[in-house]
Write a protein that binds this ligand. Structure first.
Ligand code: AMP
Length: 258
């Protein structure tokens, strides 16, 4: 059974249920890619395969939106999110720092949507360094813009458990209903055409330098995200397996999985 991410949705001090099993080598990974590339779907599969926890900052903000009442900082963060803008670095970094217990987790973690800027990446490196850990891999999914727009048009997310479906490529058994928990499937409010355009621009401006940052450190693993979810997953796992060699010194830089 997968941990329920209670720590992530509160402040990192609330233990998950069940507590993740002790991993011989807890993997800490980051998942990157433009909106609509299929990060959510792949994150679920990767986490199941490596038994890591899925820690998405976007889920944190969406969760806070449902919970309310929000603090002024959180209100500003949610307003930025609704307009498709990035939440200010200081706010995001503070929220992740509050949850550093999740970064230390004995089961490892897959960060999704964080870091988004070089400043956030530097803050993450510093947090991990404080408890003697490091990132094992940064997976960057890549895809042409036209394909992304087509994907986003049909994306639906479960209001309750956040599972991600697609009307044509990954439909639920019953239209509008989540296969996993029976919750209602909705179109995310930042999947409107205006917000999508802004998010693509933001991704180009902010995340390209981030990829250069990780590439320079030999931690970047580029994976083409074309094909079915299963094909992308197989490609990712194949490439990760050769990337995650026992010693960092044996790791080949500039990995590209096509
Ligand atoms: P996502 O689900 O990752 O696409 O995130 C949804 C929205 O949450 C983004 O469009 C941002 O407004 C906000 N957000 C999530 N993670 C971050 C982050 N690391 N830095 C800034 N804003 C973020």
């Amino acid at each position: 059974m997968h941990p329920n991410r209670d720590g992530w949705f509160s402040d990192g001090n609330v233990p998950c249920d069940p507590v993740p099993p002790l991993s011989k080598r807890p993997l800490r990974m980051v998942l990157m890619g433009p909106p609509g590339v299929g990060k959510g779907t792949q994150a679920t599969r990767i986490c199941k395969s490596f038994r890591t926890c899925h820690l998405a900052t976007g889920d944190l903000f969406r969760n806070a939106q449902c919970e309310g009442p929000a603090t002024p900082a959180m209100k500003a963060a949610l307003a930025a999110m609704q307009q498709g803008r990035l939440v200010p670095d200081d706010v995001v970094i503070e929220m992740v720092r509050e949850r550093s217990g999740c970064l230390k987790c004995q089961g490892g973690c897959l960060l999704d949507g964080f870091p988004r800027t070089v400043r956030q990446a530097e803050a993450l490196d510093q947090m991990l360094d404080e408890f003697g850990a490091h990132l094992d891999a940064v997976i960057a999914f890549e895809m042409a813009i036209e394909a992304i727009v087509a994907r986003l048009g049909g994306r639906r997310t479960c209001r309750s458990c956040r599972a991600v479906f697609h009307e044509t490529s990954n439909p639920p058994a019953t239209p509008g209903i989540c296969d996993q928990c029976g919750g209602n499937l909705v179109r995310r409010e930042d999947d409107t055409p205006e917000a999508i355009r802004t998010r693509m621009e933001v991704y180009d401006h902010e995340s390209r330098p981030l990829m250069e940052y990780y590439d320079a450190g030999g931690r970047l693993l580029r994976v083409t995200a074309d094909g079915s979810p299963q094909e992308v997953f197989n490609r990712t796992i194949g490439c990760l397996s050769s990337f995650l060699v026992p010693s960092d010194a044996q790791r080949a830089p500039n990995h590209v999985a096509r």
